[in-house]
Each structure stands twice: as structure tokens, then as C-alpha cells.
Design a binder for this molecule. Sequence first.
Ligand code: NAD
Length: 485
Amino acid sequence: MAKRQERMYIGGEWTTTVDTFPDYNPSDGSVWANMPDAGVAETRAAIEAAHAAFPEWAAMPFNKRSHLMIKAGEIFESRRAEIAEVIQNEGGGWFGKAMFETGYTAEIFPAAAAANYDSIGEVLPSEYGKLSMAVRRPMGVVSVISPWNFPLILSARGFLFPLVAGNTIVLKPSEDTPYLGGLLFAEVFEEAGLPKGVLNVITCSRDNVAAVGDELIENPHVKGVSFTGSTPVGRLIAAKAGAHLKKCCVELGGKNSMIICDDADLERSAQAANFGAFMHQGQICMSVERVIVHEKIYDKFVKQFLERVRKLKVGSTTEKENVLGPVINDRAADRLQAQFDDAKAKGAKVLVGGEIDGRYVSPTVFSGVTPDMLMYQQESFGPVCSIFKARNDEEAIRIANDSEYGLTAGVMTEDEGRGLAIVNQLDTGNCHVNCSPVNDEPHVPFGGFKASGSGKHGGRWSMETFTETRWITMERGGRGFPPVF
Ligand code: NAD
């Protein structure tokens, strides 16, 4: 099959660059498409186009912007089957992941459209009898940088809300999924009739990303930054945005725990842990990386859990029965190999899996992982989790909180009061009783604590993040001035 030659979308025009970079299919290492490799000049052009389009877009009645969003959502929905195939090829995702991701993404369009009908402010009391208002308005150009693991959801969550609120967008998807995370959305919105320049999509290689990223933050026309990705890059982005006093929302990595209490439904717990740890090869920011089990039910749970893990098939995602495809690239496989070697050398035990063959990693469960190991400290972001035995709820909470991350958690118990008591002591932005930590919906406040990020995405929280709140008053005769003036 001939390779696809992709173009970028700037100011409503499809453009290319002299340099291109390969976009690989992680299942077989073949080049899936050639992508334009933007530099600072193209980034600046995209920002200029977004800046020029802003006044008209912001002035368009809110319901008209929402209607366009609904139309784009319908176009996306009509292309679902074709997009699912690209998720298998460009993204190395299993068919089930593709169905889930396309279904979820289709929900973000109406959620964003609906968010525009919510209140844009409040009327405040005034000690002088003024009409005193807190009113939100769009900011201007918002830069959106997204990751590869759920490229549709995370790009859509990052830019649909700011867009519908009246901002204009420059979207830079990951170099591992530049089509799914970016160019696909340009196609959809072009077909929906979005005015030129309102959405711009640039693609670049890892070699150019530092310079492109700097421009996406520092350019004076850029007023806000939405970043989803790893903690080390997120720290850089937040620091740069801070230096330029720009609003910035960073959604970062996780080291998420699932606590199984002694009164939990073990069958459901084993299934939730298996899904949470291994869905999409564990490459979800919310993936279960620590399973913390009460000592009374430890042996029984581990038996049931491992039985389920052993049934997961690994291989090319062109075959539907391979629930686990490859990890995204060789760097990811190398990081996992280093964590496995370190854990084994320091005394951890492999209960199942442990094999790495190129980018294919078998679902792996370790026990005996201790705080001095890389596996304990670092986000694995692969098909691996560690099992811990806890004497009581306090010890389980201590192990769950013993991490620099604080994204999400799950607590399994038949006693909802006990579940909530545990939740109240966990330092995570998201928490789920009787479910896996892997949960997300378009209208909820999604975001992490500690090194997992700062700021919230989702529904009205996105609208607040990507608008400016102003204080406006109207004097009605109640406020005098000292007579000397
Ligand atoms: P990454 O940080 O390597 O890349 C994310 C994005 O940042 C990509 O588009 C990349 O090109 C860009 N980037 C890299 N260096 C940059 C720089 N110097 N300046 C500007 N942009 C730069 O992360 P990734 O490997 O794509 O994604 C995996 C990570 O994302 C994991 O840590 C995962 O936990 C996290 N994640 C978090 C959430 C969340 O909502 N909290 C969701 C998904 C993924």
C-alpha cells in the first residue's frame, strides 16, 4: 500500500513543508504516513492565522458556534469505522480500544456544544448598590499539545471546549499519532464549515518539538496553553507559561493504585484490576500500576487475578483477538526493560509475564516491589503492575499515597462508608469506589494532584480554564467621592 502523504492545516489551507518525518505503525514498524515537519516559521504562521480569526469567531453568537460543533460531531460519527481502523494502524490499538475511543470522542462534541449554554458569569452584591458582575469571555489563541496514547480523546478534550467558548486554536498532536490527534480534526471541521483560521493543526518531529513548543507558549498572541503528556515535559511547559504569565492547564502522568479491601467482590475486583492494568497495554495515564490487597484475601485474589491475566493475548492489532498490541515505540520498550531488570536485580518476583520481544510486552505482574526500585518510583506506562499486601486500610492508604503522582485511584469494598473513608484520605484528583481507576466522561472535572498536573479539563471546568473572568460594574448613584476631590 502506498504511504500516505499528509499536509498541515494553517489558516484554512492545506500546506506542506520541505522536510517530512515518518509516522510509524507500531505493530510492524512500517511507515504508515509521511508527515510535514513544521518548524518555528510554520508555527508562527499558524498562530498568526488563529489570531486573525479570533475577533470574528469570538463575536459569533454562542449558539452558532455550538451548532458548528454539533455538525462536526456528526461528521466524526459518520467516519467512525474508518477512524477505528487508523487507531489500529497508526496507534497500535486493539479493535476494542478503537471502538471505545471513537465512541467516547463522539460524546465530547455534544458535551462541548452544551457547555456553551451554561451561565457565563454571576451577579454579585455591591456595598454601593452597583450592578456588579463576574463575566467570562474567550481569551484569544489557545495552544493545545496532546499525547499519542488516546490521541482522539485527549486532543478533543483539550481543544473542543476552548474552541466552542470562542477561542481560536493551534493544535500540535504527538509525533507518534499526528493524524489521529490532529489532522483528522482539521478534516472534520473543514467539512463542517468552520471559518478559516479558527482551528490550525501543525505536525512536527521530536527533533523540532522543543523549538515549536517554545513558540506555542512564548508567542505574544498565545493567551492560553492546554498540555496533556508526561510529567517531565509538563513541568517545562508550565514553567515557560508561568514565566510569560500565561494561563496553562497541564494533565500529566500517574502511578495509580487500586485498593482491594477484605470485603470486596473478588471476581469484580480481579476483572477491574485486569482491565485497569492492561487495557491498551497499560498506556493510559489512569492505568493501574499498584494493586494493594488486604492480607486476608490476598492469596485468593491473586489466584483469580492471575488466571485472568494469563488469558490476555499479545500480538499485532490487525488480529482482533490480540487484546494487547505493541507498546508505542522502542523507547517505551527500553524503559520497561530497564524497570524489569532493576526490579528483578533488587529481588522482586515475576508472578506472570516478564517477556519483552521488540515492542511486544507480555502482561506482567510483579510482587515484592520496594521503594528503592524504578518500578515503584517511575510511571511504567506499559502492561505491568505490582501487587502489594496490606495489613489494614491505613497501610493500603499509605502505600497508595507513597508516590510523587496523584492522578486517580480505585477502592473495592462492599461497604460504601468504608470506601468513602478511604477515598477521603487518598491524595488523588479522581477516585472511584468499586471501579477501576480508569474512568473518564466528557463533562466531569478531570485532573490530577501533585506531579500529575495542575488545572482541570472537562465540561464547565474546561470553560473556566480557557476563558478569562472579568469584574464589571455599573454605578447607580451609590458611590460618592471625598469632597476634596
Ligand atoms: P510526552 O510528554 O512525551 O509528549 C506529549 C506531547 O508533548 C507530544 O505532543 C510531544 O510532541 C510534546 N512535546 C514533547 N516535548 C516537548 C517540548 N519540549 N515542548 C513542547 N511540546 C513537547 O508524552 P507522551 O509520551 O506523548 O504521552 C504519555 C504521557 O502522557 C504519560 O506520562 C501519560 O501518563 C500522560 N498522559 C496524561 C493524561 C492526563 O490526562 N493526565 C492523559 C494521557 C496521557
